[in-house]
Design a protein around this ligand. Sequence first.
Ligand SMILES: [Zn+2]
Length: 275
Amino acid sequence: MPELPEMEAWRRQLDEPVRAFPIAKAGPAHIATLKTFDPPLAALEGRRLAGACRRAKRLLLPTDDGELVLLVHLMTAGRLRYLRPGEKGPKTPAFQLVFEGGARLVLTEAGAKKRAGVWLLTPEAVEAELAHLGPEALGLGADRLEQICADESRRLHSLLRDQRVIAGIGRAWANEILHAAKLSPYALSGDLSDEEVERLATAMNDELSRGLALREAGASDQRTYRVHRRLGEPCHVCGTPLAQVDFEEHTIFYCPTCQTGGRVLKDRRLSRLLR
Ligand SMILES: [Zn+2]
């Protein structure tokens, strides 16, 4: 799933082109992709976008008259592309905007399950839609993070991914950040020392910045991730083969030497206990 670095790289890339021309046609949209019906998509036609903004993993495209906002959440498999006039695109995009002059913004989604979403909202409705989100992960800072860790003691991997607590991190960057911080994914936030919180805050900022720079340069997953989905490959810090463990709905990747003092993490999913 695209996370903060990926979405921010896209935002920067789309910011200029989306405001170059007014929207000539909004849609069509797949019935499962378009999540709102009032105001209708046609309300966008003739308006110009003010650019691209981002909140957490969502992209926001406000109109320059301040009346409407198109919100896009790509979920796991959604992809956005800006196509220049005449450039070939997908036959049936899940959603598209056609600009005057022929450029298009198209959303595609691989697989049969349509999870990506597009919402056309008023600014007030956007505010309500985003109200549950915690502060942005990039630039969060140690003081704020210390408060978050003290508020409730949670396993770090799960805490980092909880959008209500910290916004923008998913499973891939949680793996990268915890490895850089040399902290166990299972460590409890309430047990961290001041020095460990500091390390986590630094790692969060450094890793997300590293990811953003790489994604802006068009780097692949393979070039970007050093821990995520690299089971058995040598840790880039100490050379130990990286390990994995199933946790909640997904898989955590970690280095047993750098992060868990040599301990191998046990699968803690409830479903596993009930088997
Ligand atoms: Zn290591």
